[in-house]
Design a protein around this ligand. Sequence first.
Ligand code: NAD
Length: 495
Amino acid sequence: MSSHVEEFGLFIGGKWVNPPGAKRFETINPATKEPLASFVSATPADVDRAIGAAAEAFPAWKSTPAPKRGAVLLAAAQKLTERKAAVGQIVTQEMGKVIGEGLGDVQESIDFIEYMAGEGRRLFGETVPSELRRKFCLTVRQPKGVVACITPWNFPTAIPNWKIAAALISGNTVVLKPASNTALCATEVVKVYEAAGVPPGVLNLVTGSGSVVGTALVEDPRIRAVSFTGGVDAGREVYVRGARGLKMVHLELGGKNPVILMEDADLPLALEGVLFGAFGTSGQRCTATSRLIVHEKVYDTFLHMLTERLSHFSVGDPLDPKTGMGPVASADQEKKILEYIEIGKKEATLLTGGTKLTGGVYDRGYFLAPTIFETKHGSRISKEEIFGPVLSVIRVGNYDEAVRVANDVAYGLSSSIYTRDVNRAFRAIEDLEAGITYINAPTIGAEVQLPFGGVKNTGNGGREAGTAAIEEFTEIKTVFVDFSAKLQKAQIDTE
Ligand code: NAD
C-alpha cells in the first residue's frame, strides 16, 4: 500500500485518534485510479470506544436547549459554506460525479443543516383536550439516545448530513459509519461539525468495512436506533440484526425508477429530463431514471431524439465543468455494471453505448459509455437495480399499461410522468407505487424540506428530510398534567 497520501484517524470523543497498529485502507479517485487519502479500518474495540464516547456525551447534549443545538448546526452550515468549493472538489475527486454535482452535493448538505437548525425552534409536540376536567394533555419529543448512521458513497456529504443534522437537532449523539470508498468526504463533514463547536462525543466517526464496523454498531445494545442508507442486501441484514436488539432501524434502499412518457408529452422537455435522470451522477443516484416507459405513438420519434443527443454527450474529466458525465465510482461498480450490460446484450436490443470507454483519459479511470437498451418489460435489466448509466426503454400502448409496467418491480422510490393532460397527471399521482412522483420533471431532484423515501423494497416505511426526519430520530412522550387536586379516573369518571 502506498504511503504518500495523507493519513486520517477516527474521530472519537472529540479527538482524532490513530489506534496503534491499526490496519489502513485508501480511497481512490475513480477518474484516475490515484489514491487520495488513507483511513483506519476500525475494529470492534474502536467501535466500542466510539459508542462509549457518544453515550457519555448524551445527557449533556440532550439537556442542551434545542435552539442552542440549532445554533451549533447553523455554525456548521456556515463553516461548510466557507469550504463549499474545496469540499465539492473532494466529492468529485473521491466519488467521480461531475463538479457541478459535487458542489450540489455540498449545497444540499448546507441547505439541510440550515433547515434542521431551524427545527431547534420547532420540534413541535401536540396539545390535545382531556376527557376530564382540569387536566392538561400534551406530547413532547425526546431524543432516542445514541444512534448509528450508516451511509453509502453516492451522496458522500449530503446523506451523512441528512442523518447527522436531524439526529443532532433532536438531541441524540451519533456514531457515523460512512462507505469506505468516500471516507475522505465523511471526514470533511465531521471536521465541519468539529469546527462549529459540537461538544466532544456528540458526533463520532468510525471508518472501515460494513461487515466489521457496521455489524459491531448495529449489534451494540447502547445503540437505540440505526439509520441506514444503502443496498437491499445490506439493508435486510441490518434490519434483522437490529430487530434482535428490538431497535428502531430506518432503511433507505434501492430503486428502479420509471419515467412514463405519454403521447401528449413535451418531447424536448422530456429529453432533457430523461438525460439528466438517467445519466446524471453516472446513473448512480437511488432516484436515477433507469426505466423509460414510452407510449407507442411517440416511441420512434423520442428514441431517435435520445440516441441523437447521446451521440454528442460528453463523458470525461469530472472536474471539467463542460463534462456531462464522469466515471462510475469504483472498480466494483464498473464490474457490476458491465455484468448487467452483458446480461442486457443477451436479453434485449442495445441501442447505444454498452462498452467501457478506452483511450486518453478513459484508460486512467472507470469510464463507461451511456447505455440504452430497448427491452420488454420482465427482462432482468428492466427489473433489477443496476445503479449505473444504463437506461431500459419499454414500449407501451396506453396509460394503464404504462402504470402496470411502472409498478411491477420490487422497488418504489421515485417515479415520473410527462403529459400535458392534467387529469392523467393527477391519476398518476394516485396510481404510481412510489414514495415520490414528479410531473413533467425527471425522477431526480429532491428538496430538503420535503420527505424523502420509498415504498416496497425501497425501505421500511420511514422518511428522511423534511419534518419527517425528526420522527426518525425522536421518541414521543405523552404527558398528563392533572391540576384538579383529586384522583380522576379516565374511562370511569363521567363528570
Ligand atoms: P451498500 O449497501 O453496499 O453500503 C451502504 C453502507 O452500508 C456502507 O457504509 C457499507 O459499508 C455498509 N454496510 C454494508 N454491509 C453492511 C452490514 N452487513 N452491516 C452494516 N453495514 C453494512 O450500498 P452502497 O453500494 O454504498 O450504495 C448503493 C446503494 O444505496 C444502492 O442500492 C442505492 O439505491 C442505495 N441508496 C439509497 C438511497 C435512498 O435514500 N433510498 C440513497 C442513496 C443510495
